[in-house]
Design a protein around this ligand. Structure first.
Ligand code: FEO
Length: 171
């Protein structure tokens, strides 16, 4: 049975992951509205990944005999100034999520909750990838500056991304 402190922290993380999905769906809507369809498709896959993250935490609570409590999800922003502004926001947001995951790990270590420590390792690794992919796209956008053809090329590249559901976490 999972301890109360760990349980409520993971419940808060479900909300944070669902907010991330909401934020990325809002970015998808904005990117579609400025006809960057490849960027929009990439962001949709990103939103699906966040839902899968929320689902991993959700299932984990149930597996540990805890009770999932769902809270209201905040409204995300509805508009940005450019694709560059969107990716500055994605990178900043993922850095915040990394801090949240690290805080969860700190709680698990303090509580000597070995199952949760093991479960969270997947998320620690995932955040390295999340930050790296957001930063990689951000750097490309900075590099191309105002180049329309550069933006078109990145848009085509990002449109190739497909959603792969994450493998179940090992406990
Ligand atoms: Fe669920 Fe983008 O981290």
């Amino acid at each position: 049975m999972i301890k109360e402190k760990m349980l409520s922290a993971i419940n808060r993380q479900i909300n944070a992951e669902l907010y991330s999905a909401y934020l990325y769906l809002s970015m998808n809507a904005y990117l579609n509205s400025i006809n960057l369809k490849g960027f929009a498709d990439w962001m949709r896959v990103q939103a699906l990944e966040e839902m899968a993250h929320a689902d991993k935490f959700y299932k984990y609570i149930i597996e540990r005999g805890g009770r999932v409590i769902l809270e209201a999800i905040d409204s995300p922003p509805a508009g940005w100034d450019s694709a560059l502004a969107v990716f500055e926001h994605v990178y900043e947001h993922e850095q915040k999520v990394t801090k949240l995951i690290n805080t969860l790990m700190d709680i698990a270590i303090k509580e000597k909750d070995h199952a949760t420590i093991s479960f969270l390792r997947w998320f620690v690794d995932e955040q390295v990838e999340e930050e790296s992919s957001a930063d990689g796209i951000l750097q490309k956008l900075k590099l191309i500056g105002d180049s329309g053809s550069g933006l078109f090329m990145i848009d085509s590249e990002l449109g190739q991304r497909v959603f792969t559901p994450p493998a179940p976490a090992k406990e």
